[in-house]
Ligand binder design. Structure first.
Ligand code: ADE
Length: 241
């Protein structure tokens, strides 16, 4: 899978993409992340990527020419998303959708804006990582890379580990523990040390349900509340058990 990123801070995104999970995915040949420096396609000695807005006002606007030149030279995989708070909001379903494509691309906006011809003519859509305003799209690009990258088959070591977790079944994750069994008088639930895998699985699901009900009632509602099987689990493992 190929993902191209266009930015005026390419090392920020490139360094991130070369480490940890994404770096390993690249080494395994599963992911080809290409970061392009928009300044490479400027024509003046100062490598100017921005200019003042027509109509006046504060701030600078990223110019269309270097962005078009950079995209046309790279011929990146489409769709090309402009990153900004006005876009479709990234969630786990969208991350999955993107992970199932052959590739896509992201353009990091900066400063007060990007020449709107880039948005309307060059880009195919807009993508936001949440309802807040960042100084630029670089952090958003990194969020998308990580959320999507880990869903590409083979990227995570254990084939199950990308699926069995928060949001994958519309529930938050069950609590996890490791050694020691007792730490500062806090004991790991007995069931997890019982070796009874059926019981462990049922307990985990009951805890995922309880956690989701307490912290994210909206997710509970979205999945239609508690099924009969869920209610049976909560009867077997009540909250205080
Ligand atoms: N650039 C600035 N704010 C952003 C956001 N919320 N999501 C994606 N890119 C952005």
């Amino acid at each position: 899978m190929r993902i191209d990123v266009f930015s005026i801070f390419p090392t920020m995104v490139g360094d991130f993409a070369s480490q940890s999970l994404l770096g390993r995915a690249a080494q395994k040949g599963l992911l080809d992340i290409r970061v392009h420096d928009l300044r490479e396609h400027t024509t003046d000695v100062h490598r100017t990527v921005d200019d003042s807005p027509f109509g006046g006002g504060a701030g600078m606007v990223l110019r269309a020419e270097p962005i078009y030149a950079s995209v046309e030279a790279a011929e990146p995989p489409r769709p090309l998303f402009l990153l900004g708070p006005g876009g479709r909001r990234l969630d786990q379903d969208m991350a999955k959708e993107l992970a199932e494509t052959g590739g896509f691309s992201m353009l990091c906006g900066r400063y007060e804006g990007v020449d709107d011809r880039v948005r309307t003519d060059l880009c195919d859509g807009e993508l936001s990582i949440g309802d807040y305003v960042l100084g630029g799209g670089e952090v958003a690009a990194m969020v998308v890379l990580e959320a999507v990258g880990r869903l590409i088959p083979g990227v995570m070591g254990n084939a199950e580990s990308a699926g069995d977790e928060s949001f994958s079944h519309g529930l938050l994750e069950y609590p996890q523990f490791t050694k020691p069994a007792v730490f500062r008088d806090m004991e790991v639930p007995e069931v997890l040390r019982s070796g009874d895998h059926g019981r462990i699985e049922r307990w985990r699901r009951s805890r995922a349900l309880l956690r989701t009900m307490a912290a994210r009632p909206d997710l509970m509602e979205a999945r239609g509340g508690l099924s009969e099987a869920d209610q049976a689990l909560l009867a077997e493992f009540p909250p205080e058990s």
